[in-house]
Design a protein around this ligand. Sequence first.
Ligand SMILES: NC(=O)c1ccc[n+]([C@@H]2O[C@H](COP(=O)([O-])OP(=O)(O)OC[C@H]3O[C@@H](n4cnc5c(N)ncnc54)[C@H](O)[C@@H]3O)[C@@H](O)[C@H]2O)c1
Length: 506
Amino acid sequence: MRVTVIGTGYVGTVTGACLAYLGHRVTCVDTDAGKIANLRRGQMPIYEPHLNELLREAAAHGGVDFDTDLAPAARESDVIFIAVGTPSGPNGEANLTYLESAARSIGAAMDGSRFRVVVNKSTVPVGCGNLVEALLRDGIRERHPSNGKEIRFGVASNPEFLREGCAIADSLYPERIVVGAEEGETTQLLRELYRPLVEQRFEAPWFMPRPAGMARVPLVTTTLTSAEMIKYAANAFLAMKIGFANEIANLCDRVGADAREVMTGIGLDSRIGSKFLNAGLGWGGSCFGKDIRSLLHTAEEYGYQARLLEAALAVNRAQRQVVIQKLQKKLYILKGRTIALLGLAFKADTDDLRDAPSLHIAERLLQLGARVKAYDPIAMAACRDQNPGLHIQYCDSPYDAALEADGVVLVTEWSEFRNLDLARMACMMREPVLVDGRNFYEPEAARAAGFDYTGIGRCARPKHAPARPATIGVAGHVSSPVAALSDVPVVASLDVMVALLDGGAK
Ligand SMILES: NC(=O)c1ccc[n+]([C@@H]2O[C@H](COP(=O)([O-])OP(=O)(O)OC[C@H]3O[C@@H](n4cnc5c(N)ncnc54)[C@H](O)[C@@H]3O)[C@@H](O)[C@H]2O)c1
């Protein structure tokens, strides 16, 4: 089939490359002439493992080219994907400017030569299928004021579930494909487009083998509105799941439980599942925050207060402060201290810094008077370009970042941080404080390397030293002060004593 993909960001470039790899003839279009020029030269607009190789293979399969001019490609295409950005506006509402402009341009480009399907792959609020249809008609009327009626098209929603960092595997071997449309002809065309994926009858690329046991991919057909809702509901649920793990981890920190053990214990329950239960410094990235805000905005439009969604945002906002509080607990004063951030990208294997926790942590540390050094294997150039006012000292290696630092924060779980020589690093620091924002290291190993280690919800107590009720000495209530203070010496007043007994202390 002939396909146009509008937008060459994370979603558009990967979608275009995968569809061409499956044998379709694809044109990727972007208004950003620089990106298109780079793509033509083989330079990727984003960091995504194996995207280069996939595009090379795709050129040899269905064929893929890049253009700034939407009209010729759209006119030739059976399916036109819209994969432009839908960032958050100031009140949380999705900014639909790019979507609207793309839809109008597609309308103006269409003619009566074939039936086409225009697909929303961008994450858009409920109702955008109708909006796109109206804008396509506006575009058609502009170009064909008297005779646009014979131009036939369908509109579909085909939400994207890829994860940055493993976007190609997610696209070639998805867990499901969702297609929302109102007419059978539209759904049928998309079924045809996705048949090689659904049946998994393409040869797996050499760099991305098919997962063992992978058979048919479920293609879920729904109404347009349900498909739009599925995307938001999926992201909201995942964000809440991480938020839940973080909230429990914060409680673990207080009661002396280990969040990793707790999450293993609950994750084995198939109703819960073990994925997305990693406690840490909070989620980031371009999607969760903006999609929850957009869903909250929709809820508000319908007079509904979505309390769980509000809580998911609030818990995540608070979680980013946990790292700062842990540093304060270890170092007391942050003014004049130097803190090293290991990792800047919002997660490993991407250069995406949108809503990255690193930026909030760096900003807060700078506000508190600390100096911030950072090392990231991929995202430093992007961070420097996108945040010129953020006074971070960018370093050449993790060791360079740790040199003379008073604390290190593991922010992004890049695999290269797995093999760091922690003992060497600890020796280079002024104070060997390590706040592990991703529970990436084993506490015992980090401590054995000389670090004063703290994770998120990782119990400081060695595994085989069971907690026992605290014994508190209260001066003036036992025969001898020495006997009272022989265990844990705390001098308390009567009301403190009552509270301690309530809390289970002896
Ligand atoms: N990034 C992800 O992991 C991810 C995952 C699932 C869904 N999504 C959704 O997919 C959509 C795209 O996300 P992204 O991360 O790829 O965005 P992005 O910002 O990386 O890329 C969007 C691209 O669209 C281009 N563009 C804007 N208006 C255009 C127009 N009128 N014509 C042609 N090109 C135009 C921009 O120049 C940009 O290159 C968003 O709605 C997002 O929520 C993203």
